[in-house]
Write a protein that binds this ligand. Structure first.
Ligand SMILES: Nc1ncnc2c1ncn2[C@@H]1O[C@H](COP(=O)(O)OP(=O)(O)OP(=O)(O)O)[C@@H](O)[C@H]1O
Ligand SMILES: [Mg+2]
Length: 367
């Protein structure tokens, strides 16, 4: 290592320890190993020589929910002394990519096959970026498969080092057996070109203590949300909307029927049916998250009773609210009871359960 690389490696190790101390964390062994590997990467990125040859190896961190993967990569990025760095969340990245592809070409799916529009959209998105953190990498349908395949090839061919987190080991990506084979070439590419780190461990840190006994982390608005039964709205300082409050809200290129829009409180209120059983998609949730710091969803059923699209949309909505730090208040049944543990969506639903564990859960009151 050159002096500069050695210095940056040591600086990043110390940065991890300081960041953990500040939060009162004891790093789990798998986190320590990952922090060490990320510190080495910081050292490699400080070597001027890599700019001339090829960039340092890409990293793929995967593990069960709540093991501190996002914390690791966010802390890493925060400690990197370069402006040429980007952190993108999976959903947001795809929204921007689709928008970019549409700008460069009429048909996103077609473009994903011929690739040029994807390449140009990636150029627009990443500019001079040298290190890209891509949080919550996953793929679910045939459209994702093509776009992700092209995107990965584009990124891996570029002088960008990619660091991703995922709940899936590479071989488990695209869990639906109907589509899995479409993704096998991409899985091989990941296994060849990325160093795969298993950030496992017995503890989901989000569930260390029941949310009621733990003050919400003051820097996390999401954790000030709640899961309520119907009739408990007052516990979250809410008054159920009257019919006169119903209003359309413009999301991503469409209007969605809200039960209430309370601009002064930065709050929008929807029924589960309108937001998760209608033809909505992640870009709609992102558009809402950009406008409203609080989102209330009532009529929440046990997800076992919702359609599979409704389940997936709900999981996406919770991901977006958590990543964008939106206060989420759910009113209805406990959504996570009675789910089939063998479903291909299980890892996504585990992620949802883990995130919802951060919210205050009002116990059901006796009738
Ligand atoms: N060693 C630790 N001790 C206690 N809490 C931790 C530790 N590491 C991370 N955390 C906290 O645990 C919570 C979950 O961490 P994080 O979001 O990084 O998990 P994740 O592995 O990315 O989960 P997911 O797969 O669900 O996205 C965060 O609030 C984070 O600050
Ligand atoms: Mg995460």
């Amino acid at each position: 290592m050159t002096d500069r690389a050695e210095h940056q490696y040591q600086a990043m190790r110390e940065h991890f320890h300081r960041a953990a101390d500040q939060r009162g964390f004891t790093l789990a062994p798998a986190q320590q190993a990952a922090a060490e590997r990320l510190s080495r990467l910081a050292g490699e990125l400080a070597r001027p020589a890599w700019r001339l040859r090829r960039p340092p190896r890409h990293l793929y961190l995967w593990g069960p929910v709540g093991r501190g993967k996002s914390w690791l990569v966010d802390t890493f990025l925060d400690g990197l002394p370069t402006p040429d760095k980007r952190r993108l969340h999976f959903h947001d990245f795809f929204r921007r990519l689709h928008q970019g592809v549409a700008r460069h070409d009429a048909g996103p799916r077609q473009s994903a096959r011929d690739g040029a529009a994807v390449d140009r959209a990636v150029d627009d998105l990443l500019g001079d970026c040298r290190i890209l953190v891509f949080d919550e990498f996953h793929a679910h349908d045939a459209g994702d498969a093509m776009l992700v395949a092209r995107l990965l090839r584009t990124l891996l061919e570029r002088r960008i080092t990619l660091v991703t987190t995922s709940n899936y080991p590479p071989a488990g990506l695209m869990p639906d057996p109907i589509h899995h084979h479409l993704f096998e070439p991409t899985i091989r590419l990941i296994e060849e070109r990325m160093d795969v780190l298993d950030v496992a461990g017995p503890v989901d840190f989000r569930r260390l203590a029941p949310a009621q006994d733990r003050p919400a982390p003051s820097d996390l608005r999401f954790a000030t949300g709640a899961v309520l039964r119907p009739g408990q709205e007052a516990a979250a300082g809410l008054t159920p909307p009257g019919p006169e409050e119903a209003a359309p809200v413009t999301a991503h290129h469409r209007e969605l029927p809200a039960r209430a829009v309370r601009e002064a409180e930065g709050l929008v209120w929807f029924g589960f049916d309108a937001l998760c059983e209608g033809r909505t998609a992640v870009p709609d949730y992102l558009a809402l998250a950009e406008r409203f710091p609080t989102l209330v969803l009532d009529g929440v059923p046990p997800l076992a009773e919702a359609g599979s699209d409704g389940r997936q949309r709900f999981a996406n909505l919770v991901d977006v609210c958590c990543d964008r730090d939106i206060r989420l208040i759910l009113i209805g049944a406990d959504p996570m009871t009675g789910l089939d543990p063998g479903s291909p969506l299980q890892r996504d639903l585990d992620r949802t359960t883990s995130r919802l564990a951060l919210l205050r859960q009002e116990p059901a009151t006796a009738p």
